[in-house]
Design a protein around this ligand. Sequence first.
Ligand code: SF4
Ligand code: SF4
Length: 447
Amino acid sequence: MAVSYKHSVSLETEKCKGCTTCLKRCPTEAIRIRDGRAVIRADRCIDCGECIKVCPYKAKKATHDPLCCIGDYKYPVALPAPSLYGQFDRLDNIGYIIRGLKDLGFSDVFEVASAAELVSAYTRLYIKREDVKKPVISSACPAIVRMISTNYPCLLDQVMPILPPMDIAAYLARKKVKELHPELKDEDIGIIFISPCPAKVSYVKNDFAGERNYIDATISVRDVYFALLDVMKKREDEPLEATEAGIIGISWATAGGESTAIFNTSYLAADGIENCIRVLDQIDNSEITDLEFVELNACDGGCVGGAMTVTNPFIAQARLQALKRYLPVSPNRPASEWIPEEFFNKNIIEYNPYNLLSDDKNEAHRMMNEIQNIAKNLPMIDCGSCGAPTCMAFAEDIVKGETTADECTVIMRMLFHEYLKQHKDEAALNKIRGKRGMETKTEDKKE
Ligand code: SF4
Ligand code: SF4
């Protein structure tokens, strides 16, 4: 049975018009329209945020901690994702952001980009190992990791078993603060991640790291961006703090950045959830066997395309490109060739399939046959008007007892015509045609 998963994407019911836009764009068929409103199926949702981006009525939202959670801790530490830097126009020094974060109330800042450079170094070591199945799939995008855990059991052992940069940054940040301030108690320190996307918020909520992950709260790039705009303007001429990240770490914000850091041309980098699914299908079918590494980002353009960012991802990418000109390649090197024990994801991802038809094999088989039989009578045009994303999904919903065949408008129309024909009620049919401004049948016109 599927393990319950805490989601960050949800619906504001009163705003939803049931327009089916999100239904058609959800990559996992997690959305249904019921009683004129969208419903998200928790077992299928991977928190990719696609439905947030496409809803014309802003009815979908990502739930994260508010900016004021900084005040909950005696010593709050900001963990900015590198995608935050791409939000600002004409930014030529990350020091402005570091100083701005401190002005917002953070006691310290630990850049996720620095930890990303360590992960890159460890990835280079890991993919050299001969006992590792290739291609190794990056574990940095939690939407992709969840997709693999629900849909691709055969790929689980190819996922990089190292914590993502945000978790490593959190671990190192806490360690650093404890060394600098031994007087602080654990609960005094708040490690607050600034996230570009709901998938990373869900990652934190679900402790994917196996035990407890190292992050205490997650706030959005969007909220921080607007707050920073104010404080950054006020202190333009004061000295800046130096960034600890380099080109490699900052590049993780955009698609292909993680791959280029493996210093090996045997890689593939895909972005956009549909493209990523195509790549996963091909790896699953053993059609991609000659690559060492695969980087997959659910959002278009990489993390800069996350649903909790502000700037067009391609503009953010161009800004980061300009910002990188002032940086060293990679100032963060691992102290040894060994990957520290605490950086491993001990809870290597488990297969967590979404709700099966039935736990009983015979019953599941019977239901599958019934789905196939119902589907034979469906129009297979995937119009979405029944409230399901595809005709096959609709057939499955019928068999599960979640809807009835008469929700299909195409079937209803056929039944209606059949009924009128059987009752030889051509007059009634023509009356309806006439009311709708449609032409009556030719023989009627002749009469
Ligand atoms: S896109 Fe989805 S959530 Fe938004 S109004 Fe349409 S049906 Fe509702
Ligand atoms: S967050 Fe992604 S997977 Fe979840 S309902 Fe929205 S589009 Fe579907």
